[in-house]
Design a protein around this ligand. Structure first.
Ligand code: DX5
Ligand code: ZN
Length: 230
Protein backbone atom coordinates (compact mmCIF):
# COMPACT_ATOMS: atom_id res chain seq x y z
CA UNK A 1 0.00 0.00 0.00
CA UNK A 2 1.46 3.36 -1.04
CA UNK A 3 2.32 5.53 2.00
CA UNK A 4 0.28 8.72 1.54
CA UNK A 5 0.80 9.90 5.12
CA UNK A 6 1.89 13.50 5.61
CA UNK A 7 5.65 14.14 5.21
CA UNK A 8 7.22 17.42 6.28
CA UNK A 9 10.18 18.45 4.13
CA UNK A 10 11.92 21.61 5.42
CA UNK A 11 13.65 23.57 2.66
CA UNK A 12 17.22 24.53 3.55
CA UNK A 13 16.83 27.67 1.44
CA UNK A 14 15.64 29.25 4.71
CA UNK A 15 18.48 27.73 6.78
CA UNK A 16 21.80 29.30 7.80
CA UNK A 17 23.92 29.00 4.63
CA UNK A 18 27.07 29.05 6.76
CA UNK A 19 25.95 25.99 8.70
CA UNK A 20 24.07 23.53 6.48
CA UNK A 21 25.45 20.41 8.15
CA UNK A 22 24.25 21.30 11.62
CA UNK A 23 20.98 22.69 10.25
CA UNK A 24 20.19 19.38 8.53
CA UNK A 25 20.99 17.47 11.73
CA UNK A 26 18.80 19.88 13.72
CA UNK A 27 15.68 19.54 11.56
CA UNK A 28 16.08 15.75 11.47
CA UNK A 29 16.46 15.61 15.25
CA UNK A 30 13.38 17.83 15.50
CA UNK A 31 11.20 15.43 13.53
CA UNK A 32 11.23 16.31 9.83
CA UNK A 33 10.68 13.47 7.34
CA UNK A 34 12.65 14.69 4.31
CA UNK A 35 15.23 17.43 3.66
CA UNK A 36 14.32 19.62 0.68
CA UNK A 37 17.33 21.02 -1.18
CA UNK A 38 16.67 23.97 -3.50
CA UNK A 39 19.19 24.19 -6.35
CA UNK A 40 18.92 27.46 -8.26
CA UNK A 41 20.98 28.67 -11.24
CA UNK A 42 20.05 32.36 -11.63
CA UNK A 43 18.73 31.53 -15.13
CA UNK A 44 15.63 29.37 -14.70
CA UNK A 45 14.86 31.38 -11.52
CA UNK A 46 16.08 34.87 -10.52
CA UNK A 47 18.27 33.59 -7.68
CA UNK A 48 21.42 31.47 -7.26
CA UNK A 49 21.90 29.05 -4.34
CA UNK A 50 24.35 26.16 -4.73
CA UNK A 51 25.19 23.09 -6.84
CA UNK A 52 26.38 19.48 -6.64
CA UNK A 53 29.40 20.27 -4.45
CA UNK A 54 27.20 21.65 -1.68
CA UNK A 55 24.83 18.69 -2.00
CA UNK A 56 27.84 16.37 -1.68
CA UNK A 57 28.98 18.24 1.45
CA UNK A 58 25.60 18.07 3.18
CA UNK A 59 24.73 14.47 2.22
CA UNK A 60 26.64 12.91 5.19
CA UNK A 61 24.56 15.10 7.54
CA UNK A 62 21.23 13.83 6.15
CA UNK A 63 20.10 10.42 7.41
CA UNK A 64 16.62 10.68 5.93
CA UNK A 65 15.47 11.49 2.38
CA UNK A 66 17.43 14.11 0.42
CA UNK A 67 14.85 15.66 -1.90
CA UNK A 68 16.69 17.69 -4.56
CA UNK A 69 14.62 20.33 -6.37
CA UNK A 70 16.39 21.47 -9.54
CA UNK A 71 15.35 24.98 -10.51
CA UNK A 72 17.87 25.02 -13.35
CA UNK A 73 17.80 25.09 -17.15
CA UNK A 74 19.27 23.35 -19.04
CA UNK A 75 18.93 20.43 -16.66
CA UNK A 76 19.93 17.12 -18.35
CA UNK A 77 23.67 17.83 -18.17
CA UNK A 78 23.58 18.08 -14.36
CA UNK A 79 21.29 15.18 -13.43
CA UNK A 80 24.11 12.63 -13.17
CA UNK A 81 26.14 14.84 -10.77
CA UNK A 82 23.19 15.13 -8.38
CA UNK A 83 22.64 11.38 -8.59
CA UNK A 84 26.32 10.78 -7.81
CA UNK A 85 26.27 12.93 -4.66
CA UNK A 86 23.44 10.83 -3.26
CA UNK A 87 20.10 12.52 -3.98
CA UNK A 88 17.15 10.26 -3.15
CA UNK A 89 14.71 12.24 -5.30
CA UNK A 90 15.66 14.49 -8.22
CA UNK A 91 12.90 16.81 -9.37
CA UNK A 92 13.11 18.78 -12.62
CA UNK A 93 10.76 21.48 -13.88
CA UNK A 94 8.49 20.76 -16.83
CA UNK A 95 9.25 24.34 -17.98
CA UNK A 96 13.03 23.77 -17.94
CA UNK A 97 13.20 21.73 -21.15
CA UNK A 98 11.11 20.86 -24.24
CA UNK A 99 12.14 17.23 -23.57
CA UNK A 100 11.06 16.65 -19.97
CA UNK A 101 10.12 13.05 -20.85
CA UNK A 102 13.77 12.40 -21.71
CA UNK A 103 14.90 14.09 -18.47
CA UNK A 104 12.67 11.79 -16.42
CA UNK A 105 13.99 8.78 -18.38
CA UNK A 106 17.52 9.96 -17.52
CA UNK A 107 16.81 10.24 -13.79
CA UNK A 108 15.04 6.86 -13.67
CA UNK A 109 17.87 5.33 -15.71
CA UNK A 110 20.21 6.28 -12.86
CA UNK A 111 17.97 4.36 -10.40
CA UNK A 112 16.96 7.58 -8.66
CA UNK A 113 13.36 8.45 -7.84
CA UNK A 114 12.15 11.11 -10.28
CA UNK A 115 9.96 14.13 -9.68
CA UNK A 116 8.50 16.71 -12.02
CA UNK A 117 7.65 20.23 -10.82
CA UNK A 118 5.13 22.66 -12.28
CA UNK A 119 5.10 26.45 -11.80
CA UNK A 120 1.91 28.30 -10.82
CA UNK A 121 0.95 29.26 -14.39
CA UNK A 122 1.59 25.80 -15.86
CA UNK A 123 -1.49 23.59 -16.45
CA UNK A 124 -1.26 20.25 -14.63
CA UNK A 125 -2.22 18.51 -17.91
CA UNK A 126 1.35 19.27 -19.04
CA UNK A 127 2.64 16.32 -17.01
CA UNK A 128 -0.13 13.83 -17.89
CA UNK A 129 2.18 11.68 -20.06
CA UNK A 130 4.73 11.40 -17.25
CA UNK A 131 2.40 9.89 -14.68
CA UNK A 132 3.47 6.32 -15.46
CA UNK A 133 7.13 7.28 -14.98
CA UNK A 134 7.44 9.71 -12.04
CA UNK A 135 7.56 9.01 -8.32
CA UNK A 136 6.61 12.58 -7.35
CA UNK A 137 4.82 15.62 -8.74
CA UNK A 138 5.70 18.97 -7.14
CA UNK A 139 3.14 21.75 -7.43
CA UNK A 140 4.70 25.18 -6.83
CA UNK A 141 2.47 27.31 -4.65
CA UNK A 142 4.82 30.30 -5.05
CA UNK A 143 6.80 31.51 -8.05
CA UNK A 144 10.13 29.74 -7.55
CA UNK A 145 13.29 31.54 -6.46
CA UNK A 146 12.76 32.71 -2.92
CA UNK A 147 11.49 31.64 0.49
CA UNK A 148 8.97 33.56 2.56
CA UNK A 149 6.56 34.36 -0.28
CA UNK A 150 2.74 34.37 -0.14
CA UNK A 151 0.90 31.10 -0.86
CA UNK A 152 -0.92 31.20 -4.23
CA UNK A 153 -4.45 29.95 -3.46
CA UNK A 154 -5.35 29.25 -7.11
CA UNK A 155 -3.07 26.19 -6.95
CA UNK A 156 -5.37 24.32 -4.55
CA UNK A 157 -7.74 23.29 -7.36
CA UNK A 158 -4.68 22.15 -9.36
CA UNK A 159 -3.75 19.81 -6.49
CA UNK A 160 -7.21 18.28 -6.47
CA UNK A 161 -7.10 17.81 -10.25
CA UNK A 162 -3.68 16.13 -9.97
CA UNK A 163 -4.95 13.86 -7.20
CA UNK A 164 -7.72 12.60 -9.45
CA UNK A 165 -5.35 12.21 -12.43
CA UNK A 166 -2.97 10.06 -10.35
CA UNK A 167 -5.62 7.54 -9.23
CA UNK A 168 -3.90 4.72 -7.35
CA UNK A 169 -0.46 5.24 -8.87
CA UNK A 170 2.31 5.35 -6.18
CA UNK A 171 3.10 9.05 -6.74
CA UNK A 172 3.80 11.62 -4.01
CA UNK A 173 2.05 14.99 -4.37
CA UNK A 174 4.52 17.56 -3.06
CA UNK A 175 3.59 21.19 -2.38
CA UNK A 176 6.33 23.79 -2.40
CA UNK A 177 5.97 27.38 -1.21
CA UNK A 178 4.14 29.29 1.48
CA UNK A 179 3.29 26.22 3.56
CA UNK A 180 2.25 27.16 7.12
CA UNK A 181 -0.22 25.72 9.68
CA UNK A 182 -2.80 27.94 7.93
CA UNK A 183 -2.21 26.76 4.34
CA UNK A 184 -1.28 23.13 5.16
CA UNK A 185 -4.92 22.01 5.64
CA UNK A 186 -5.90 23.43 2.23
CA UNK A 187 -3.31 21.39 0.38
CA UNK A 188 -3.70 18.21 2.50
CA UNK A 189 -7.47 18.22 1.98
CA UNK A 190 -6.87 18.56 -1.79
CA UNK A 191 -4.64 15.48 -1.78
CA UNK A 192 -1.06 16.58 -1.11
CA UNK A 193 1.10 14.42 1.16
CA UNK A 194 4.61 15.97 1.06
CA UNK A 195 4.72 19.52 2.39
CA UNK A 196 7.84 21.58 1.75
CA UNK A 197 8.28 24.41 4.23
CA UNK A 198 11.23 26.81 4.42
CA UNK A 199 10.31 29.89 6.39
CA UNK A 200 7.42 27.98 7.98
CA UNK A 201 9.95 25.70 9.74
CA UNK A 202 13.12 27.78 10.12
CA UNK A 203 11.61 31.12 11.20
CA UNK A 204 12.36 31.95 14.83
CA UNK A 205 14.74 29.03 15.38
CA UNK A 206 18.45 28.28 14.98
CA UNK A 207 20.85 25.40 15.52
CA UNK A 208 21.26 26.95 18.97
CA UNK A 209 17.50 26.95 19.50
CA UNK A 210 16.28 23.96 17.43
CA UNK A 211 13.13 23.26 19.45
CA UNK A 212 11.44 26.09 17.51
CA UNK A 213 12.01 23.97 14.39
CA UNK A 214 10.34 21.05 16.15
CA UNK A 215 7.38 23.16 17.22
CA UNK A 216 6.92 24.54 13.69
CA UNK A 217 7.12 21.05 12.16
CA UNK A 218 4.61 19.70 14.70
CA UNK A 219 2.12 22.53 14.01
CA UNK A 220 2.27 22.12 10.24
CA UNK A 221 1.95 18.32 10.52
CA UNK A 222 -0.98 18.49 12.95
CA UNK A 223 -2.85 20.99 10.75
CA UNK A 224 -2.34 18.82 7.67
CA UNK A 225 -3.21 15.52 9.36
CA UNK A 226 -6.39 16.93 10.83
CA UNK A 227 -7.49 18.06 7.36
CA UNK A 228 -6.59 14.67 5.83
CA UNK A 229 -8.98 12.95 8.22
CA UNK A 230 -11.90 15.21 7.23
C1 DX5 B 1 11.10 28.34 -3.75
C2 DX5 B 1 11.60 27.00 -3.24
C3 DX5 B 1 10.81 26.59 -2.03
C4 DX5 B 1 11.01 27.57 -0.89
C5 DX5 B 1 9.93 27.39 0.13
O1 DX5 B 1 11.67 28.57 -4.99
O2 DX5 B 1 11.44 26.01 -4.22
O3 DX5 B 1 11.24 25.28 -1.61
O4 DX5 B 1 12.26 27.39 -0.31
O5 DX5 B 1 10.09 28.42 1.05
P1 DX5 B 1 8.84 28.92 1.89
O6 DX5 B 1 8.32 27.68 2.59
O7 DX5 B 1 9.42 29.94 2.83
O8 DX5 B 1 7.83 29.47 0.93
ZN1 ZN C 1 11.80 23.82 -3.54
Amino acid sequence: MFDRTIKIAPSILSADFANFGEECQAIENQGCDWVHVDVMDGHFVPNITFGPATCKAIRPHIKKIMDVHLMIAPVDGFVEQFAEVGADFITAHVEATPHIHRTIQLIKGLEIRAGVAVNPSTPIESIEYLLDMVDLVCIMTVNPGFGGQKFIESQVSKIAKLRSMIGDRPIHIEIDGGVTPKTAPLVARAGANVLVAGSGVFSGGSVGNPSVYGENIKMIRAAAEEAQEQ
